[in-house]
Write a new protein. Structure first.
Length: 317
């Protein structure tokens, strides 16, 4: 089988397509014939060697996949060959991948492989559920994988003010089409003033940021009293900076969040909820599809902010 492998950390050109042995399922695993690999920003960090998870070289890049079960491990009772599923695989950038059965979500027939990739939607759902009673939300990188799901889920939850920050005019248009009530290009010099004008004297109740650098500190200036700023990544590559003074006078809080420690029962419930929204056309993903062998180009486009929606590696039928 073919896989995207890594022999050193570095720029996208360290990714190589190589021939690898077929995976064999451990007792609690299943083997999936991969139909779509979801490219998540974390994959870029793993490739660069700056993510907490460090693969042993030569490594098949880990990743989110969807596809068809071809084989089940000896202890797997509740799944069978032929089922369409999605999940995170320790060696996911491959034509066949082993996945722990416990982490699998079954996809209904009407959900296509790329549409059924759930990491971005689960992350967004988790972020939006970390606090309650909020009436306004600011979402950075709102046209991206997580961001575009967060905009739609905020709309589904009935949040009256959804302020989307993006890096281009085209992305602004896209987030408006998803339900953002306001769209700001935060590469314009007066973006913070634009945001402050929209937020008004009461400020915004919830801010979601995964760009890092100085942006969260700037965003904190528009937080409402008792507001919440959630940091969940730093795609700028710069450490997140926050001025605690900004929080004190507002009794505001900053919290971190990761999709990887959602309790299993909650993850299962939310996954089913999200699959139902996808199946009924209420939660959409714009798919940027690259051939599997073009993983390096997909990584490069995402690093250079050229991506909109969900980036996916796909396979010929
Ligand atoms: N904590 C968690 O559980 C979790 C889970 C999934 C993802 N994440 C994090 O969430 C973020 C988004 O992930 P994703 O997979 O959905 O990626 P993405 O948003 O589709 O792509 C990254 C986006 O970040 C924005 N960005 C801002 N400054 C950037 C810079 N200097 N360089 C590159 N990009 C920059 C760009 O959008 P604009 O041009 O519009 O700014 C870019 O398109 C990442 O930081 C990721 O690590 C966290």
């Amino acid at each position: 089988m073919k896989a995207v492998t890594l022999n050193a950390y570095g720029t996208p050109d360290v990714l190589e397509v190589t021939e690898q042995p077929m995976p064999v399922p451990a007792p609690h695993e299943v083997i999936v014939k991969v139909q779509a690999v979801g490219v998540n920003y974390a994959d870029l960090l793993i490739r660069q060697g700056v993510y907490p998870f460090i693969p042993q070289f030569p490594a098949v890049l880990p990743g989110e996949i969807s596809g068809i079960i071809t084989q089940t491990g000896s202890e797997v009772q509740h799944l069978q060959a032929g089922q369409r599923v999605t999940g995170h695989a320790p060696a996911g950038y491959a034509t066949y991948a082993a996945i722990p059965a416990a982490g699998i979500t079954i996809l209904p027939d009407q959900v296509a492989p790329a549409a059924g990739l759930l990491t971005h939607s689960l992350t967004a759902q988790h972020l939006l559920e970390q606090t309650s009673g909020y009436r306004s939300v600011v979402i950075t990188a709102a046209a991206g994988g997580v961001g575009s799901q967060a905009v739609q889920l905020a709309k589904i939850k009935g949040i009256p003010q959804i302020i989307a920050l993006t890096g281009s005019e085209a992305k602004q248009e896209y987030v408006r089409s998803l339900g953002a009530t306001h769209a700001i290009n935060y590469r314009e010099t007066d973006w913070l003033k634009q945001l402050a004008d929209i937020a008004g004297p009461q400020g915004v109740d919830l801010i979601l940021d995964a760009t890092g650098g100085d942006t969260p500190a700037q965003l904190a200036s528009v937080l409402a009293v008792h507001g919440t700023l959630i940091v969940y990544g730093n795609s700028s590559g710069q450490p997140t900076t926050i001025n605690p003074q900004e929080l004190i006078m507002k009794s505001a809080r900053v919290i971190g969040s990761t999709v990887y420690n959602i309790p299993p029962a909650q993850r299962q419930q939310w996954s089913q909820y999200l699959v139902d929204l996808i199946a009924t056309g209420q939660l959409l993903a714009q798919i940027n599809s690259y051939p599997f062998t073009d993983a390096a180009r997909a990584h490069s486009d995402m690093a250079n902010r050229r991506n909109t929606g969900r980036t996916v590696l796909s396979f010929p039928e």
